[in-house]
Design a protein around this ligand. Structure first.
Ligand SMILES: Nc1ncnc2c1ncn2[C@@H]1O[C@H](COP(=O)(O)OP(=O)(O)OP(=O)(O)O)[C@@H](O)[C@H]1O
Length: 284
């Protein structure tokens, strides 16, 4: 459980995060959405203790972040994937993924650590690269290695308390298959009773996988809740400053967001497969 109460942080003269309050319950994926510069990464950095708030409180599993800062325990239950990977040294893929296990052993990795590392490398499709120098990998392959590292960190038996996975634009550089694989893995992790907080730019991925949305605009929460309940054409178009339309088709369990076209035209496009357009549920 993550509880944020009246969180304030002055980023610059141009941007303040002002008295943000919200809860993130375990069991689902919460996606932070919003345009460039809205404050999404800043919010993740505040919740993970990289930045210190000017005011307000953050609680992880009902304990204040200041408590967690003074213990070694946080790294055993929380992992963070930042937007940029600062580690630019010629480690092998397996060595990088094993770094996720460092908080869990004292001097030497155990059989369990090796097993977890092997498992997550399989899940993220980087097992065949395990002996490769990470700096020789493509952008998407490197991203998958770092995703495997953070998953390795939060894998393993649970104490019963929720664990936390924070990811800032994890789908960067990933092809479409790996984007969906990643969010599928994140969803499974969340459904085991854990919290996943993820910054996403792809609104369609958010609609498909997020159980909860925090929509940020200029440092404020413009809307929060279940995506299908809170998102509308008008809200998205206003927040992003671009015409965006939410389209529902009978072929898809979740709505689809289309950008830049006239709304009526977009609806028409999605109904074209009906011989008799009056049958189209969108136009009716
Ligand atoms: N240390 C800093 N000094 C000055 N401005 C900053 C600093 N850190 C962030 N900013 C500014 O604050 C704003 C919010 O940054 P942040 O990285 O949180 O945005 P974001 O919503 O994650 O954006 P993006 O979608 O582009 O990743 C940006 O305009 C950024 O330039």
């Amino acid at each position: 459980m993550i509880t944020v109460k009246d969180l304030s942080y002055r980023v610059s003269a141009a941007l303040n995060l002002k008295r943000l309050s919200f809860d993130i319950r375990p069991g689902g994926i919460t996606a932070i959405l919003g345009p460039n510069g809205a404050g999404k990464s800043t919010l993740i950095k505040l919740i993970t203790g990289v930045l210190q708030a000017d005011d307000g409180n953050i609680f992880l599993n009902h304990l204040p972040l200041t408590y967690w800062r003074n213990t070694d325990g946080l790294a055993q239950i929380a992992a963070v994937l930042h937007q940029q990977h600062t580690l630019q040294l010629p480690f092998t893929v397996k060595e990088i993924v094993m770094m996720g296990r460092y908080p869990h052993f004292k001097t030497r990795e155990t059989e369990k650590d090796h097993r977890i590392v092997e498992e997550v490398m399989q899940q993220l499709g980087v097992h065949h690269l395990s002996a490769r120098n990470v700096l020789t990998l493509s952008g998407g392959e490197q991203q998958r290695v770092h995703l495997a590292r953070v998953l390795a960190q939060v894998s393993g038996p649970s104490s019963g308390e929720p664990k936390f996975l924070f990811m800032d634009e994890p789908s960067n550089n990933l092809d479409i298959v790996h984007q969906h694989t990643l969010l599928h893995i994140a969803g499974s992790f969340a459904r085991k009773g854990n919290c996943v907080l993820v910054v996403l730019h792809d609104l369609n991925l958010a609609l498909q996988y997020a159980d909860n949305i925090l929509l940020l605009q200029s440092g404020s929460i413009k809307a929060s809740g279940h995506p299908e309940t809170i998102l509308s054409d008008d809200l998205l178009s206003e927040v992003y400053g671009f015409p965006l339309s939410i389209i529902r088709t009978p072929h898809c369990r979740h709505p689809i967001i289309l950008a830049g076209l006239n709304t009526e035209h977009q609806k028409q496009l999605s109904c074209n497969h009906f011989k008799n357009q009056e049958q189209c549920p969108i136009l009716s």
